[in-house]
Write a protein that binds this ligand. Structure first.
Ligand SMILES: C[S@@+](CC[C@H](N)C(=O)[O-])C[C@H]1O[C@@H](n2cnc3c(N)ncnc32)[C@H](O)[C@@H]1O
Length: 377
């Protein structure tokens, strides 16, 4: 499916971002329009459009899905807004949308502004949700009609914002389907998959060496974009549409981005010339090879530490930040087995620092490193 891939395992989990507010309102009071339903023809089920135009200070939200799934989402707190979005007075933006040839609109840090590693760049609530299974259990024309119904029920500004998003214009696709394919973020929750439209976050371009990462709140399905490293004035804010924990060569990335999103990548690495690309491909191959060696080193902390240090150096040279967290943690454990407490503590802190960024402070991953340090004595 042509979607922003799910972030690497567990990345969507956000255990620290607590939702405040009262208990959810009854489901029947949640919508400003009567739910619009069609039978799916599969065992008498139905697929509906649920819309609340007042949600999120009048930006609105429309959801396409089976009533039971949507009811569960609402009961779990979907319609509670937990924290201000960026762009509000309490959270002004330090980035701006700029159009550049080759990659269209992207998000760039404003002049004399910057982000620190771990800083929240953007927080946004979804405006359109398509619940999983929807496309498998319903005729394409009916689904197309439901998508249009959902869009047309949204407030005009929101609708215009969604229709202004990028499209691939390939294969005479339906407009809304094309917008979803080019812009939706996928989130998994309770065995279901949701395609989510965040009109602002959707302006983020792909980069093969991302400086930002996204995480989605499990309850509200709001998305946060976090700086993976310091991002300076004028720099583009970009995340990876591909799973950054897999080292793909330039050719493989080009193939996946072409078939998934129908574009040729113009990020600094991909347009940086042959020498740079060849070096990167070689390094990524070496990373894969070292990972394979690591698999064979099980039970030998000395060897594990050697391979992990090689990997960490290669990731640093390549500018890849996200995959390092797991290896910092592994290095910490290897050092502990080798009796090198000081080094173990250092690696453990590096793992925690990165997991704080990726999953949030207080996340299971970050807490595990605190426990590790406590057990070190
Ligand atoms: C989610 S949108 C990103 C925002 C988009 N540039 C816009 O103008 O709204 C995805 C589309 O942006 C373009 N794009 C994203 N990353 C790119 C990159 N690294 N190089 C070239 N085009 C890119 C492609 O057209 C892609 O289908």
């Amino acid at each position: 499916r042509n979607r922003h891939l799910s972030p690497p395992h567990g990345l969507h989990e956000c255990s620290t971002w607590q939702v405040t507010g009262s208990s959810p309102r009854p489901v029947h009071e949640s919508w400003t329009h009567a739910p619009y339903c069609v039978g799916t023809g599969n065992g008498g089920g139905s697929m509906c459009v649920f819309t609340n135009t007042e949600f999120n200070s009048g930006r609105g939200i429309a959801i396409i899905g089976q009533p039971a799934i949507v009811e569960t989402l609402v009961n779990e707190g979907l319609l509670q807004t937990a924290a201000p979005e960026t762009g509000s007075s309490s959270s002004p933006t330090k980035y701006t949308e700029t159009e550049r040839p080759g990659s269209g609109i992207g998000l760039y840090v404003k002049s004399s502004q910057s982000y620190k590693a771990g800083e929240i760049i953007m927080r946004e609530y979804p405006t359109l949700i398509v619940a999983s299974g929807t496309s498998d259990s319903i005729q394409p024309q009916v689904l197309e009609m439901l998508r249009w119904k959902a869009l047309l029920q949204l407030p005009r500004t929101t609708r215009q914002g969604i229709r202004a998003l990028a499209q691939s214009h390939v294969m005479h696709k339906d407009e809304i389907e094309d917008i979803l394919d080019s812009n939706a973020f996928t989130h998994e929750k309770g065995g279901a998959v949701y395609d989510l439209i965040f009109p602002e976050a959707a302006r983020m371009n792909h980069n093969c060496i991302p400086n930002a990462v996204t995480r989605t709140n499990h309850t509200t399905l709001a998305m946060e974009v976090i700086a993976l490293r310091d991002i300076l004035s004028g720099e583009e804010i970009a995340h990876s549409y591909l799973d950054p924990s897999i080292e793909l060569s330039f050719g493989e990335r080009a193939k996946r981005l072409g078939s998934g999103w129908a574009f040729q990548c113009k990020c600094a690495l991909c347009s940086g010339g042959r020498t740079r690309l060849e070096r990167s491909d070689k390094r990524r191959k070496k990373i894969s090879h070292t990972k394979a060696l690591l698999e064979t080193a099980k039970g030998d902390p000395g060897k594990i530490l050697d391979h992990v240090q090689t990997l960490l150096n290669l990731y640093t040279e390549e500018g890849m930040i996200l995959p390092k967290a797991d290896y910092y943690a592994l290095a910490a454990h290897a050092c502990m087995y080798l009796g090198e407490k000081k080094k173990a503590r250092r690696y453990s802190r590096m793992a925690k620092q990165l997991w704080d960024v990726i999953f949030g402070e207080g996340s299971r991953e970050s807490e595990s490193m605190i426990e590790f340090e406590n057990n070190l004595g």
